[in-house]
Design a protein around this ligand. Structure first.
Ligand code: SF4
Length: 430
């Protein structure tokens, strides 16, 4: 039960503990709750599946009505509002029920006990609006982080292809194949349709709830539509910034590129650069990111991160770690202590130079190589120790909060795929 962890990790807020376990384990929904959720903002499958089961094992209601995120509040720990990305797992002990007798009818249950209230996200008025080509805004420019971030997956596939190249925890290619059968799901988005979708958002978003956009997608190892990776992804910021200069914080999540490519992204208008590092340990990097290892190499990847800091400024270079894959079988560390020691070394390496990595909680997605040897995620102990360790190293180096992530702290954070922003304090830079 979650109570034991709340008792054990007294230095962490209960909100961060429960959020982390929901991300790690996934959430199930009662049929009554799903029926009531059909009017909420549904999962857009913005890049990966982030589910514990494939689409073919979900009911029609689960496929269409599960919300993108939920907000937790109240309950026995009197939780402050906490935003959590939804990872569907029909077998999860965490279940969302609908109780029409209550003023706030959605509840998070565990083994028959109510843990807290749940608020679903409102569907934005523009979400189902079709573009000129008939595609809904939800496909081209979905929003996450409780509306803070517009997520633009320009290329929904990765040219690291097959088990020998794809990152072993990543289901981008498999997810594209399954989502294509279920919903409008564009493989390569044009800058024009993205700008059109953003125009619709801008027009309706009169309260300025959207603050940032992320342009991302799979790696381009050769060429896509005749362009290399930097050229392909630079075009989106160029087109957006030309139409809406500085309207949003502009973020690019692409590979660690050679310096010329990084300069190109900066000149295009991106302010934040995420050359995701995934896992620190040298041996694990080569096993878990075989494409990155063979096309770029770990040492070169690190060098490029530091080179990028010269262009973007260290605090605007934010490499992501996929927390938990350090313990994935068969290559991962066998103990929590070893895994934390390794990742702490990586965090300290970057943070001591002003570069602030972030992390997401690994979701064991079916269709990934690691799902064949890992039916369950690493222990919650690991993730909670990581939260403590991350905060400790962040504070040691007196770093500013990462830009483009919104406010930090319990009850304020909106970053939904890990609790790292929930446990930090500081002045919002956006
Ligand atoms: S580089 Fe790795 S994590 Fe990124 S999309 Fe490709 S396979 Fe997935």
């Amino acid at each position: 039960m979650i109570d034991a962890f709340i008792e054990k990790f007294k230095e962490l807020p209960p909100e961060a503990i429960l959020k982390t376990d929901l991300l790690r384990t996934g959430i199930s929904f009662s049929p009554e709750a799903l029926k009531e959720l059909t009017q909420a903002k549904a999962k857009s499958y913005f890049i990966f599946s982030f589910d514990r089961v494939p689409q073919k094992e979900l009911s029609e209601l689960e496929k269409k009505a599960v919300p993108e995120e939920i907000a937790l509040s109240g309950g026995p720990w009197n939780l402050k509002r906490t935003i959590v990305s939804v990872r569907v797992n029909p077998e999860s002990p965490y279940r969302i029920n609908y109780n029409p007798k209550e003023a706030e009818p959605f509840e998070l249950m565990q083994n028959g006990r109510t843990l807290c209230k749940v608020t679903p996200p409102e569907r934005p008025s523009y979400y189902n609006t079709p573009l000129g080509n008939g595609k809904p805004v939800q496909d081209i420019a979905p929003t996450i982080e409780w509306g803070y971030l517009i997520y633009l997956t320009a290329f929904r596939l990765c040219q690291y292809w097959g088990a020998k190249e794809e990152c072993q925890f990543c289901d981008i290619n498999e997810n594209y194949r399954q989502q294509k059968k279920e919903r409008s799901y564009t493989g390569i988005k044009t800058p024009e349709e993205i700008v059109e979708a953003l125009s619709l958002i801008h027009e309706k978003d009169t309260n300025r709830e959207t603050h940032a956009y992320t342009v991302t997608g799979g790696s381009i190892t050769t060429a896509l539509e005749g362009m290399d990776e930097a050229t392909f992804y630079a075009r989106y910021a160029e087109a957006i910034e030309e139409r809406f200069p500085k309207r949003w914080v502009a973020k690019a999540v692409v590979q660690a590129l050679p310096l010329e490519g990084v300069k190109r992204l900066k000149e295009a208008g991106y302010q934040i650069y995420h050359p995701n590092f995934e896992v620190w340990d040298k041996n694990l990097f080569s096993h878990l990111c075989p494409g990155k290892e063979s096309y770029v190499g770990r040492d070169e990847w690190i060098k490029r991160i530091f080179d990028a800091a010269e262009i973007f400024g260290a605090s605007n270079v934010i490499p992501n770690f996929v927390a938990g894959i350090e313990m994935a079988k068969p290559y991962g560390f066998k103990t929590v202590n070893e895994a934390i020691k390794s990742t702490a070394e990586g965090l300290d390496h970057f943070m001591s130079h002003g570069i602030c990595p972030r992390f997401t909680v690994w979701c064991v997605e079916p269709g990934t190589v690691l799902s064949k040897t890992n039916s369950e995620p690493p222990p919650l102990d690991y993730f909670l120790r990581l939260l403590e360790t991350y905060r400790e190293i962040f504070n040691k180096h007196k770093l500013p909060l990462p830009a483009g992530y919104g406010p930090a702290g319990v009850g304020k954070a909106v970053f939904s795929v890990s609790a790292f922003m929930d446990v930090l304090k500081g002045v919002d830079r956006d």
